[in-house]
Ligand binder design. Sequence first.
Ligand SMILES: Nc1nc2c(ncn2[C@@H]2O[C@H](COP(=O)(O)OP(=O)(O)O)[C@@H](O)[C@H]2O)c(=O)[nH]1
Ligand SMILES: [Mg+2]
Length: 205
Amino acid sequence: MATIFEKLFKNSGTKERQICLVGEPNTGKSTLANRFSRDFTGKKEDVSPVSPIPHETVEITKLEHFDFQVGKKKLDVTLVDTPGIAQSIDYREFMKHGLTQNEAIQRAKDATGGIINSIKYLKEVDLALVVMDSTRPPFDQVSLTLLGTLESHNTKTIIVANKTDLTDANVELIKSTFPHIPVCPISALNGKGVEDLYQQIAAIA
Ligand SMILES: Nc1nc2c(ncn2[C@@H]2O[C@H](COP(=O)(O)OP(=O)(O)O)[C@@H](O)[C@H]2O)c(=O)[nH]1
Ligand SMILES: [Mg+2]
């Protein structure tokens, strides 16, 4: 645990930024959070749980105060991984992933609380990375509500078009749907495009 003096000294002259990963469940937010962690802290262990089961992340997870150094730009970044924002949560879906009915209902309640916290958190961030699954059509209510909310807060936003390693990914559709927002295609899984994302963050954060 760093003392207050160490923190002050370490961060002197370095701008602090809160960067938040938001989007629908299963778009790859936690996979990307773990990549940030490996790339900037060098730690191998995951900071956020990754799972094919939707709503694995039900609490806000933070990777606090790491040196985000890209080229000449250096920021003191806290990266916030949020629970996925879903249009609706059907607890029966969790039962298909092997949870009992009671476990599934509890998971649905936890996920609902997580979504409310994610939306509240948007007010506090300096930059939002809206993570989308490029294989899904982007005309969903979640993306529209999320982008509208960020615009009303005047929050800087990058759309991260993830899962470009999959053959049915359609980044052009995302770009043409949101022509006024920067779109950065990546694969959080294999790392392709992530360096470009870091450059874009450095340029606007
Ligand atoms: N093919 C592919 N799968 C991915 C990618 N990123 C994440 N995934 C998978 O998508 C699922 C959900 O990932 P996760 O990071 O937990 O998503 P979150 O719910 O948005 O946090 C997991 O099975 C991941 O392995 C990607 O770039 N490509
Ligand atoms: Mg997650």
